[in-house]
Design a protein around this ligand. Structure first.
Ligand code: CAO
Length: 451
């Protein structure tokens, strides 16, 4: 028995073999399920009989004329009606049509006198309906074919599931001994349709294949209050999501010993405040980052629009995340490499104040080449900051803490600053990220280089 005309498709996937050796089959019983890029289709038996050998398995690829199985025709069948049984020469005449999956029962040979047309129609019929009624296949998690073939369901339910694109392997059967029923399949499809109605998030690219987050009516569980996101939150939310989705993020962690840095800062603090400067650890961190970026210029670069070239920037504009009542903003200290430690501290104070009071100008948020997100004033031991794309790296800073460090045969208390460097793995290799963060930690522990 051979694969019939399947509408010109070649190397089509066999996604299910519905029969086995020794099995008695009736005429029109589904033998195998094929899936083209347009539709799934069963190949029904053109005659009744006993299968002597199945010649295909799930995962094989077939075209018209491929051998499906060897069949011993049922005694009652007139021999002339079985030229397709292991008889390639006669296969074409008696070859079954591939019926449209959603056109009900397979048509008889008489009802489908032009098999060559039947298969393409199956594809054309199914595709638009799937697009109109159900989430497109690409937007749903792929069907686990192995689980599908192992699912406890009758051939008719399998066929029904194929017609609707339901994932049989993920359905819990409610029938006898856990058998999956037609109602179980319907229930899954209904759930899929409900989730397909969920609007895509505002930042989702058109045609995005991202699975959707379920929509929940929270009010059914208790009292709720709905408040709109701030304008800044909406803008930064979309940018953060775009970066998270488009850039392969990896975060490298390291602790910097800032014991001496803190001693120096304490010594400078009163002098600084006399000059109207609040000297926080962040000013030193900005300075150390510039030295590290100069040593490893790739971290100060960006991919160009083609994604095939790196644009190395010869200027060092350091952005820093600022927490404001209206949400996260990133002011930029332009040409920070030309500023002294005090000037950096001053710029940090001025820009953070403007950020908090909503007075930042657009020009004060543009042109960043590297960003620092410092949560050290609040707490925490480490986190994974999201890269401020199209930059390629961001430094997360957590709260410094006294930790026992093993030095020359004894544990000594040292003030350690946790650093978390997220980087775009398309541009930066893990080894380079480790080198960068180790260099940065060394620079922070050698305070003389920063003054
Ligand atoms: N470890 C220990 N203490 C730290 C520290 C650290 N890593 N960093 C700052 N501190 C201390 C400061 O020294 C200061 O202490 P004193 O007042 O005793 O001197 C205190 O914490 C508060 O510092 P600060 O936050 O006012 O100043 P800053 O320069 O460290 O930070 C700014 C400025 C704007 C970065 C910060 O105010 C801010 O907004 N941080 C939040 C950033 C953020 O939201 N990031 C997440 C973005 S992603 O959602």
């Amino acid at each position: 028995m051979l694969v019939p005309d399947i509408g010109g498709f070649k190397d089509v996937d066999v996604i299910d073999v519905l029969v086995k050796d020794g099995q008695q089959i009736e005429k029109e019983a589904p033998l195998i399920t094929l899936e083209t890029e347009k539709a799934a289709m069963d190949v029904p038996a053109p005659a009744a009989g006993k299968i002597t050998q199945v010649k295909l398995k799930t995962g094989d690829k077939v075209s018209e004329g491929s051998l499906i199985l060897m069949l011993e025709p049922a005694a009652a069948s007139p021999p002339a009606a079985k030229p397709d049984v292991a008889a390639p020469g006669g296969a074409r005449n008696a070859a079954p049509t591939a019926p449209p999956r959603n056109n009900g029962p397979a048509p008889s040979a008489a009802a489908s006198p032009r098999p060559a047309e039947a298969a393409p129609r199956a594809a054309a019929d199914v595709a638009p309906r799937a697009a109109a009624d159900v989430t497109p296949r690409a937007a749903r998690p792929p069907i686990d074919e192995q689980a599908f073939s192992k699912a406890h369901a009758s051939p008719s339910v399998r066929k029904f599931a194929r017609e609707l694109g339901a994932d049989l392997g993920s359905i819990k059967g409610t029938g006898v001994k856990g058998r999956i029923t037609q109602d179980d399949v319907k229930a899954q499809v209904k759930a899929l349709l409900a989730s397909a109605r969920v609007a895509p998030p505002p930042s989702a690219a058109p045609g995005s294949a991202l699975p959707k987050v379920p929509v929940v009516d929270f009010a059914q569980f208790g009292e709720v209050e709905v408040k709109p996101l701030s304008r800044i939150q909406k803008i930064s939310g979309a940018r953060l999501q775009a970066s998270w989705i488009n850039l392969p993020h990896v975060t490298q962690h390291e602790d910097a010993d800032i014991t001496e840095l803190e001693d120096a800062r304490a010594a400078l603090k009163s002098k600084a405040s006399r000059e109207g400067v609040k000297l926080t650890p962040l000013a030193f961190i900005v300075k150390a980052c510039i030295l590290s970026l100069q040593e490893y210029p790739r971290f100060n670069a960006s991919l160009d629009a083609s994604g095939e070239n790196l644009v190395y920037k010869k200027y060092f504009n350091i952005g820093f995340a600022a927490d404001t009542p209206n949400g996260l903003v990133v002011p930029v200290i332009s040409n920070a490499d030309r500023l002294s430690l005090y000037d950096i501290a001053r710029a940090l104070a001025v820009l953070s104040e403007k950020a908090r009071t909503g007075k930042l100008k657009a020009a004060e948020m543009h042109g960043g080449t590297f960003t620092i997100s410092s949560l050290g004033g609040i707490g925490g031991t480490s986190f994974t900051p999201i890269i401020n794309a199209p930059e390629v790296a961001i430094l997360g800073v957590s709260r410094s803490a006294q930790k026992p460090v093993y030095e020359r045969g004894a544990f000594v208390p040292r003030l350690m600053l946790p650093l978390s460097l997220s980087y775009d793995h398309r541009v930066i290799d893990g080894a380079d990220a480790a080198r960068f963060v180790v260099f940065l930690a060394k620079t922070l522990s050698d305070v003389k280089a920063l003054l």
